[in-house]
Write a protein that binds this ligand. Structure first.
Ligand code: BG6
Length: 489
């Protein structure tokens, strides 16, 4: 669908996200000829830069992050779209440069992308209203973190909701923009094969892992007040869980999908102080080696508080109280400075009920479906197959679907897709307010417990898969994390 003309306003327009992700994403769509000729990107920032100074910053800071082909003509066309507006986002009396930069045409789409800390969301929305800029053709995009607990999330929803209708609000979770996450929808609802098996009778457990080799780096100011639970689990991992576990929505329409996800979030079994201690492991990395390189401990990263008890790893056994999923554990895990960088979902099926071969049932690897989000995008289905030769011996074999091999078309980064969706007015891949609150509601008892409890995260060496307690968590159910179950090379 072709885009109609737009003014895209980036608050935090000289910040890290704009430079690393948003401007490169817009450039990629521009060079692919997706943007209308007169569409504009208005970058808002506090620095009193001239247009030339800002463009020089874009050239030095943002351009190196662009993966799409760059040529002089394309770059010049792109930079001509950019307008820099210097103002103080928290002070409505300074909004004149933005008012001037925006085109007063209500047929244009107008998008305000708030790539700012969340405590500014309400104020910016109020100021937009006061400056007469919160028009019916406007949309507002909220970047994570969307609050730091249930109360702050509710407050953001309420304050932003005073200025914009829910249908104008786009809450971003960039994981939903990833190619394979959408492929998961295709897999589940574009095939007849899986749906009959997608339930407690046939599935033994589900593992969702997002592991990163990177540490906290220069984001300590934000990260130490956040931690892995708020930074990754409350949003990215829960969103993946929703897509795996939701009931078939009636269509791909925003509210059909979001209602289905909401039902999952509301069905998550609540933790009590006792179940919490048994089902959650939190860790913090110590020094170690990643890719053969020595890396420091979390507490020795620049600006880290020496006694920080912020978790850089979390593993949770979650359960969903519905007919479909009762008794099926969902193991969620994420961490920084892990042994590998990957994001994957592993759906493990139950063991066969009886072996007709001269092999005990226990020698059969249960079938599993692995959905790989990154680094490579693909699916593999593990099946038992006969090994060649005279005897009837069965062994695990892999059915592999590599999306890059299968579809050679160029890939879109998650931000490219999500920005296009905002500009098109397509809300399916964005969280609704009640979904956001339901996710915080489930996480809240964990946060409260950690706050009251004087235990601290378990140390783990950088370059490993986290604390041994995470293996014990899943081991108690007689299971293993995928990498632990893989045969040795
Ligand atoms: C962000 C987190 O939301 O997601 C970061 O704030 C994390 O801490 C990042 O590194 C991971 O995203 P991706 O797309 O690189 O897996």
């Amino acid at each position: 669908m072709a885009l109609t003309d737009f003014d895209l306003v980036l608050f935090g327009g000289s910040g890290d996200l704009a430079m690393r992700k948003l401007l490169p994403a817009m450039y990629a769509r521009d060079i692919a000829n997706d943007l209308p000729p007169t569409a504009r990107i208005i970058c808002v920032g506090r620095h009193e830069w001239s247009q030339e100074e800002f463009l020089a910053t874009v050239e030095s800071t943002s351009k190196p992050h662009i993966k799409a082909a760059i040529n002089d003509k394309g770059w010049s066309r792109f930079t001509q779209r950019i307008v820099y507006a210097s103002l103080n986002a928290t002070d409505a009396s300074t909004y004149a440069p933005l008012v001037e930069a925006l085109r007063a045409d209500d047929k244009l789409t107008r998008v305000y992308y708030l790539a700012t800390p969340p405590h500014l969301f309400a104020q910016i929305c109020d100021n937009l209203k006061e400056a007469g800029l919160a028009t019916p053709n406007s949309r507002v995009v909220l970047e994570k973190p969307l609050g730091r607990d249930l109360e702050s999330a509710k407050q953001i929803n309420a304050e932003v909701g005073k200025v914009f209708a829910e249908s104008q609000i786009y809450r971003i979770d960039h994981y939903l923009g990833k190619e394979t996450v959408q492929n998961l929808l295709a897999l589940r609802f574009g095939n007849i094969l899986f749906e009959p098996l997608w339930r407690r009778e046939w599935i033994s457990d589900v593992q969702i892992t997002i592991a990163e080799k990177i540490g906290v780096g220069n984001r300590m100011g934000y990260y130490d007040t956040s931690g892995a639970l708020r930074d990754m689990l409350q949003n990215h991992l829960l969103q993946l869980l929703c897509i795996v576990a939701m009931e078939p929505p009636t269509s791909i329409a925003p509210d059909a999908v979001r209602d289905a996800k909401l039902q999952v979030l509301r069905s998550l079994k609540r933790f009590t102080p006792t179940t919490l201690a048994q089902n959650i492991v939190r860790g913090q990395y110590r020094s170690g080696h990643v890719d053969g390189k020595a890396v420091p401990s979390y507490r020795d990263e620049p600006d880290a508080p020496q006694q920080s008890s912020t978790e850089t790893f979390v593993a949770i056994k979650a359960e969903i109280d519905t007919w479909r999923w009762a008794g099926v554990p969902f193991y969620l895990r994420t961490g920084k400075r892990m042994a590998d960088s990957l994001a994957e979902i592993v759906v493990r099926f139950k063991q066969i009920p009886h072996s007709i071969f001269n092999q005990p049932t226990s020698s059969f690897q249960p079938n599993s479906l692995v959905i790989r989000l990154q680094p490579d995008e693909g699916l593999s289905m593990n099946l038992m197959a006969k090994t060649p030769g005279d005897s009837m011996r069965l062994k695990q074999a892999e059915l592999e679907l590599d999306f890059r091999e299968q579809f050679k078309t160029p890939r879109m980064d998650a931000y490219e897709r999500l920005l296009l969706d905002v500009l098109r007015g397509q809300l399916t891949l964005f969280m609704r307010g009640d979904e956001l609150e339901a996710a915080w509601e489930w996480v809240e008892p964990i946060l409260d417990h950690w706050e009251e409890d004087d235990s601290v995260p378990i140390p783990y060496s950088a370059g490993t898969w986290g604390p041994a307690a995470a293996s014990a968590l899943i081991g108690r159910d007689g299971l293993q994390w995928r990498e632990e179950a893989l045969p040795e090379d």
